[in-house]
Write a protein that binds this ligand. Sequence first.
Ligand code: ADP
Ligand code: MG
Length: 373
Amino acid sequence: MMWIAPGKTIGILGGGQLGRMMALSAREMGYRIAVLDPGEDSPCGMVSDKQVTASYDDRSGAEILASECDVLTYEFENVTAETATFLEETMYLPQGSRLLQVSQDRLKEKEMAADFGIPVVPYKAVYTFSGLQEAVQELGLPAVLKTTRGGYDGKGQLILRDSGELYSAWEELGSKGPLVLEKMLAFDKEVSVIVTRSVHGEMTTFPTAENEHRHGILHRTIVPARISSEIEEKAQSLAERLAESLEMVGTLAVEMFVDGSDVYMNEIAPRPHNSGHFTINACDTSQFEQHIRAVCGWPLGSTKLLSPVVMVNLLGQHVEPYLRSHSMLPPAHIHLYGKKEAKHNRKMGHVTFLSEDPEALLEEIDASPVWNE
Ligand code: ADP
Ligand code: MG
């Protein structure tokens, strides 16, 4: 079943903002949407034809979703392996469950990178406190200690700067399953590339995005990235190599560190990604439309950048200040995800500025009090 015609129903596992933006694109193309999410009135549920409210590891919820849909996709990688395998066996899940399983686990991701000859920063798996001490001996400080599973937006990780901090770090994270210690890289830049591969094996990449994080959370994305053409080439080909080696279907976001002339893979996400939101307003085809094209068997669209762009996230603390003072800023495309509670650091929306003069734009954004916490 390679072609899912408009009018059919796409099932989305996960009802967050990524599912919402996928659903909005799919609806433009004439599809119906059903979503599985544990919370009622989820960002995706609000714009879908049907929401099944059940936990991701509740098989009966997945069964109800499956019975409603012609094709299934996911908007986040923490669907349990059992659920994904069950769905892959009983339903049409063109993305498969393998990539899901790899990207749920930082160690598996790094082992996969090694298999494909893709550089990652030096790391060690950590299972015990003495293992942590040995890893620190080997890698030196500063280093970053991360949970292998379940982390996002900088959650589940600690920066270790001094050997006196090891014990408290172990107390905080040691009970959260296997850990990984990574050398802390004083990188020049973080970039990402979003690659899409269709059920027919056609592949596209979006322009390399330059990402700035604050406290482990993406703050803004600048495209074109301010990198040399040599780095651009390396980042693009790293993402293509991953997608081809994995023979994946769907969308893969590849986060990378740039250090001098070296490009390292940081982590991957098997879905559209926050750093690809700029594509909605600035590219010929958005990452969400491209994802739907890939899993439904359409030819892929052009990923051409139509204008230089800066995408800035609106976290809980930014929404009210932005809405109050947006007229002082250059006009932007505003995207809000419909979340009710504007909690601190919660991703509530984003704004996208298009400009032929991105440096001037960045100065205006920097001068605005909206994002100065
Ligand atoms: P998450 O799943 O939370 O996005 P990441 O591994 O991407 O986890 O870490 C979040 C951010 O923390 C990165 O985007 C980067 O800014 C910083 N970071 C993570 N690992 C390292 C490292 N080894 N060296 C330097 N900075 C890092
Ligand atoms: Mg990350």
